[in-house]
Each structure stands twice: as structure tokens, then as C-alpha cells.
Design a protein around this ligand. Structure first.
Ligand code: BDR
Ligand code: CA
Length: 335
């Protein structure tokens, strides 16, 4: 009981402190949990002062929709944030044949922890309709979308009602790769490869876009020291994150021979919380959706050789230790 009261007080203190600063982002998190999505969700749900999470919308991606929707509800249950509605959305990409990433995230979509059917169900209605309704009723440029999976839900909403772009302040995408090369093909990153046509629709809508590609997420790696730092938080959420990461990072460490593993989607939330930890360039970007070896590739014109107007902020550098400090600090607020 005392523990719960103290946790409540810590969250309230966080709210009050940040209220003295800027107004919170009105945020929708679109996601396909996903081990790193789950870490991102924890980070976001532990930050109510800066992020007013209107809803979590789920999409097929790392695993099938039923599992991503269940995992989002599990994240919410574990974080004690059942006040946030979870809507299930698209069960398959716009055009291409569905692909999944169970070899990276496990058959259940989350590695290293036991999953169960959460107590609370999904919100009534479809995520795509939720996006249409919410964004069309929103004040101009007021809602931020954290895009942690394939962009299918938002693309479908934009196709159904292009005018909803007016409600969007910014879409912050985990996706793409330029300097780094790909993680699902030599040139394509998973989220873009899983639905490049959807990414093209979002790009063509003209909404403000920020991309956090593999170029930056592969610089924000775990290490033994950083995992120990998370363990030292010593609550259920930090233990879950460490267990998840210990299992999840193996695949990438082996594949790339890197000393640690990336926590891709958590970077999007960190970017919203502390943009000063990141840097990049406004560039012109296009997505290749033609069949062939470059399917799903993002072409970022880093040097401006095409002389085309910039259409995305391409983030290239980030503060790795800053990310893990932030994650440790915020996990301490969770059960
Ligand atoms: C992205 O693909 C997914 O497997 C991860 O959850 C992340 O969103 C990394 O390429
Ligand atoms: Ca994801």
C-alpha cells in the first residue's frame, strides 16, 4: 500500500515538475510490440508529465495483430496504466505480402518474459477509425504520433480521409536506414520493408516527419554496465526490461558483431522527452516500393545532391548514455 502511494506520489511529482515547463505532447503511440516497442511503451507510460498518451494503436508487424494488441495491453497492465485505451488496427500491410520478425522478437512478440492474457480488453472500434475520428476533431497541428511499427494504420486513415493531416503536429518514426544499411535486407529496415507503400502514403501527406533510422539506433546500444544500471532500479518493470533486453539483443549482437544491442523504438520516446539528446538534418527522403533488391529502402539525400525540398528530419546522432539514464530514471516510477 505504502509502495503504491509512493509510486503515485513519484508520478504526480513528475507531472507537477514538467507542468512548470512545457505543455505535454498529446500523443498517440502506434506500435507492433515487439520487445523494443515494450521498452518504448514503458518509457512513455512512465512520463505522464511530458506525454499525454491519448491511445495506443496496434498494427501487425513483429508478430500478428492479435499478439501485438495483446502485448500492448500487457505493457499497459504491467505499467499500471490501464487508463490508456488500446485499439487494434490493420492486420496486414497495404499491398505487400505480410512479413513478421518472430526470429528476433520470439513467437509471442516479447522475448525473455512470460506472457498472459491481460485483464482488460481492447477499446471498442478499430485503430484506423480512431485515428480518423481523433485527428479530424483535433485542434490544428496538435497531435504527435510515435510510429513504432509499419505505418499501415496511419496510411489507411489518410487514404480514408486526407484532411486528418490537419490534426497532426508531427509523426516521429522509428524506421529507415541510410549510412547503416538495412536489418531485413542489405538496404531495408524492417518497419519500412514491412509496409513501404504505407510509408509512401504518410510521406506524401505532407505531415511533419522525423525519422529515427538504424543510423542512430545502432549507436544507442546496451552494454553490461547499462544493463546493470537498469537492474539496479530493482522494481518489476526494470526486471522485465532487463529480461526482455537480455534475450532480444542476442540476435543483433550475433548478426552485426556489435558489443551491445539496439533498443530502437525507445529512441522515439526519448526523442520526444529530450530532443536535445539527438541531432540530424532536414533532408529529402524517398521510399522504394518497387519489387527488387531495393524494396523498402529509404533513400535519404544527406548531402542535398538532388536539390529537392526537405521532407523529413533525419536523426543521425544520439546520446547513448543519456538514453539509458533516462530509461533508468523513468522505470523507477513504475511498479
Ligand atoms: C524495428 O523493427 C522492429 O522489429 C522493431 O520493433 C523496430 O520497430 C527495427 O528495425
Ligand atoms: Ca516496433
Amino acid at each position: 500500500m505504502l509502495k503504491k502511494l509512493l509510486q503515485g506520489a513519484a508520478l504526480m511529482a513528475a507531472v507537477t515538475t514538467s507542468m512548470l515547463h512545457a505543455a505535454p505532447h498529446e500523443l498517440i503511440i502506434d506500435t507492433d510490440p515487439g520487445a523494443d516497442d515494450l521498452v518504448a511503451l514503458f518509457l512513455a507510460m512512465a512520463s505522464p508529465g511530458e506525454l499525454n498518451i491519448r491511445a495506443i494503436t496496434t498494427v501487425a508487424g513483429n508478430v500478428r495483430l492479435e499478439k501485438t494488441a495483446r502485448n500492448a495491453r500487457l505493457a499497459r497492465e504491467w505499467a499500471g496504466r490501464e487508463d490508456i485505451p488500446v485499439y487494434a488496427g490493420a492486420g496486414r500491410p497495404l499491398v505487400r505480402v505480410p512479413i513478421y520478425a518472430a526470429e528476433v522478437h520470439g513467437e509471442e512478440g516479447i522475448t525473455g518474459v512470460q506472457v498472459h492474457e491481460p485483464k482488460q480488453g481492447l477499446a471498442a472500434g478499430n485503430a484506423v477509425q480512431y485515428l480518423v475520428d481523433t485527428l479530424s476533431a483535433a485542434k490544428p497541428h496538435s497531435i504527435t504520433i510515435a510510429m513504432l511499427g509499419p505505418q499501415t494504420n496511419l496510411a489507411l486513415a489518410l487514404i480514408q480521409q486526407p484532411g486528418i493531416a490537419q490534426g497532426i503536429k508531427e509523426v516521429v518514426v522509428m524506421g529507415g536506414a541510410h549510412f547503416n544499411g538495412g536489418n531485413i535486407t542489405p538496404v531495408a529496415e524492417f518497419n519500412l520493408y514491412a509496409d513501404p507503400h504505407a510509408a509512401e502514403v504518410v510521406l506524401a501527406s505532407g505531415v511533419k516527419l522525423t525519422y529515427l533510422p538504424l543510423d542512430v539506433t545502432h549507436k544507442l546500444l546496451t552494454s553490461d554496465t547499462r544493463l546493470k544500471q537498469l537492474s539496479a532500479v530493482n522494481n518489476r518493470a526494470s526486471k522485465q526490461v532487463v529480461d526482455i533486453l537480455n534475450a532480444y539483443i542476442q540476435h543483433d549482437m550475433q548478426l552485426y558483431g556489435m558489443p551491445g544491442g539496439p533498443v530502437h523504438d525507445a529512441s522515439v520516446i526519448a526523442y520526444l522527452l529530450k530532443p536535445e539528446m539527438f541531432s540530424g538534418r532536414q533532408v529529402h527522403m524517398s521510399v522504394d516500393s518497387r519489387e527488387g533488391p531495393t524494396f523498402g529502402q529509404t533513400v535519404a539525400d544527406w548531402y542535398g545532391v538532388l536539390k529537392q525540398p526537405a521532407n523529413v528530419m533525419w536523426v543521425e546522432e544520439g546520446d547513448a548514455q543519456g538514453l539509458f539514464d533516462l530509461l533508468s530514471e523513468r522505470l523507477a516510477r513504475l511498479p
